[in-house]
Design a protein around this ligand. Structure first.
Ligand code: BES
Ligand code: ZN
Length: 617
């Protein structure tokens, strides 16, 4: 396999040097990338200097993206652009011809710019348009404080090209500087060195000295404030949220220390979190130095802060060592879930870690069931060529990826596992790796070295879950299952057993209702435990799902579901509930809610739900 690859590369080199003898010999540094038009082996961007103005009234970002480039003797450089208006392009200060190629609905357009052999810089003057997929412009009503508008970007997987023309491949890393002009009462923050106070003139300067792939460039603008937790961790939020957010995330520094203790120094200087308005489409997004997070994790009791551990873990798996292509997405997410659960174990003990692992195991079984007609999408190594990467990025990467690493850990022992992972992160720091490289490295440095045999190839390249999967046990969850069964059998619940339950135990309880649970039984549980009025978003979500699936309408749950779907845009929550409407043969009820809720969703959530409900905008 490896030999064939080297052979292929030397052939490409020979071919290039034969057919285009005037060019320098091209060193193939970047592998083929199915989701970018860039040809980085010919000419690649190395640094971005972004200078933009953010106009909330027109909902447009406009300005100039200035790039330093490394040219390998090419006469053009190709960037990715989607739904952008390109006004002018300069090469080393002089106007230069450019063309926008055919539009692909997933990838957008190649922006082909003429350059000279010695061109050092290109400057693209451009504007975003109403079709932009990365940006969500929010009015004051959609924020916590309800007095000022808000804007945030979401780059992963291939959306950065809808707000900056760029070589949008995870293999290509750049440093960046930015000057961003915003309305005077708002603060701008990026995945970079950030301000801690508002600038009187609304002009913010940013510097990102660690090289990152395009999908990690991020910007948020709103009426936000900063509150430090330690000298390298802290939170940004709107005023009315700041205290709660600060209390919820007060273990951030401890998490960083635990993470460093496992896999080496935190390489990004600062670790802050910004809590965004509730339409943010993800639980969290690991933008370097500044994780973006949903307010739905602010439960008041730190019960949902594994999200912080997860996004922090990406500072190693994902941001430091990046998946080379979206087909290798499990290298980002599976490693991160493994690392997340290790951090949680270090802070809060094995029982909490195993609860998380078991919830993931149940998610995995649900996903395998949902994908039973698409077994290829249950492989760790994906083939997303020709597809929107978003479609193939399901929980397999997370939960099967986790289970693989946990099974491996149990086979080799923790000590060897940790030494191996630490060395792996160190070796690949600020670089990319693909599944094959990882597999080679694993064989050489862990398995062969210790004379251990393991069915790695089955885990990576075959659908489903191999038979040797680790068995995860949680006494707490076993007790929850017993309590649930006793309720089904006797119609009674002994409140002393549930008194100390954590939200995870409640989630496990609700998720595991028998398929034939009746509306009367749900009413009885709701009377006893107030599920409909829960203030924990995770419990609400699984309770609402069961209510929809089982025809339960008590305690005004329908109104609560509608309210939830009209405020929260977190894709996982939203799709779970709309899928429940569909599976309960109540798609019309789902559509009635969706017609008003959709306007509040970021494009990644709206696109997923459009498809799920067969909705045409
Ligand atoms: N990087 C992901 C979010 C993402 C994935 C964005 C794919 C775009 C494409 C982030 O780290 C993540 O996994 N978020 C999870 C939270 C987590 C605790 C599992 C989420 O949003 O639910
Ligand atoms: Zn993640």
């Amino acid at each position: 396999m490896k030999k064939a690859f080297i052979l292929a590369i030397s052939c490409i080199c020979i071919l290039i040097s034969c057919t285009e003898p005037q060019k320098k010999e091209v060193v193939i540094k970047y592998a083929e990338e199915p989701h970018s038009f860039a040809q980085p082996n010919n000419a690649v961007i190395t640094h971005l200097n972004l200078d933009v103005d953010v106009n909330f009234d027109a909902q447009v970002i406009s300005g100039t993206a200035n790039y330093n480039i490394a040219n390998n003797g090419a006469s053009e450089i190709i960037l990715d652009a989607k739904y952008l208006e390109i006004e002018e392009v300069k090469a080393d200060g002089e106007n230069t011809p450019f063309t926008l190629g055919d539009m692909d609905k997933n990838l957008g357009q190649p922006l082909i710019i003429a350059i000279e052999e010695n061109t050092k810089q290109i400057a693209i003057t451009y504007k975003t348009t109403a079709k932009t997929e990365a940006l969500q412009w929010l009015n004051a009503q959609q924020t916590a404080d309800k007095t000022n508008p808000f804007l945030f970007t979401q780059g992963q997987a291939i959306l950065t090209r809808t707000w900056i023309p760029i070589q949008d491949s995870p293999q290509i890393r750049i440093t960046y500087d930015a000057t961003v002009k915003v309305p005077e009462n708002l603060m701008a923050v990026m995945s970079a060195e950030n301000p801690k106070e508002k600038a009187a003139d609304g002009i913010y300067h940013f510097k990102m000295v660690q090289p990152i792939p395009a999908y990690l460039i991020a910007l948020a603008i709103g009426d936000i404030e900063y509150k430090a937790i330690s000298n390298r961790t802290g939170v940004y939020a709107e005023k009315s949220m700041l205290k709660k957010v600060h209390a919820e995330f007060s273990d951030m520094e401890k998490m960083v220390l635990a993470a460093e203790n496992l896999y080496g120094a935190y390489d990004w200087d600062q670790f802050d979190i910004i809590v965004l308005p509730p339409s943010f489409p993800f639980g969290g997004m690991e933008n370097p130095r500044l994780t973006f997070a949903t307010p739905t994790v602010i439960a008041g009791d730190k019960s949902l802060t594994s999200l912080v551990a997860h996004e922090l873990a990406h500072s190693w798996s994902g941001n430091l060592v990046t998946n080379a292509t979206w087909n290798d997405f499990w290298l980002n997410e599976g490693f991160t879930v493994y690392f997340e659960i290790r951090i949680m174990e270090a802070l809060y003990g094995k029982e909490r870690a195993n609860m998380l692992a078991l919830i993931g195991r149940q998610d995995l079984d649900d996903e395998l069931e949902a994908l039973k007609d698409n077994p290829n999408d249950t492989k760790l190594k994906l083939n997303l060529k020709g597809r929107n990467p978003d479609d193939g990025m399901n929980s397999i990467a997370y939960d099967k990826g986790y289970l693989f690493l946990r099974t491996l850990e149990e086979k080799v022992g923790r000590e060897k596992m940790d030494a191996f992972l630490k060395a792996y992160f160190k070796k690949n720091a600020f670089s990319t790796t693909n599944t094959e490289d990882f597999n080679d490295y694993l064989h050489t440095n862990l398995l062969e070295k210790n004379n251990i045999s393991f069915n790695t190839e089955e885990w990576i390249y075959k659908p489903g879950v191999p038979e040797n999967a680790a068995i995860i046990q949680s006494d707490a969850f076993a007790n929850v299952e017993k309590t649930l069964q006793a309720f089904i059998d006797t119609k009674e619940i002994d409140a002393t057993t549930t008194k100390e339950w954590t939200p995870q135990e409640w989630v496990h309880f609700v998720r595991n209702f028998p398929k034939d649970i009746t509306a009367e039984q749900m009413q009885q549980l709701d009377d006893a435990f107030n599920f409909t009025a829960s203030t924990n978003s995770y419990i609400s979500m699984v309770w609402f799902e069961q209510s929809i699936l089982n025809g339960y309408h008590g305690h005004e749950v329908d109104a609560k579901i509608s309210e939830f779907l009209n405020t929260v845009g977190r894709r996982w929550y939203v799709t779970t509930l709309f899928r429940a409407f569909k599976n309960a043969d109540r798609i019309e009820d789902g559509l009635t809610i969706y017609k008003t809720a959709r306007a509040n969703y970021h494009s990644v959530t709206a696109n997923t739900v459009d498809e799920l409900l067969g909705y045409h905008n």
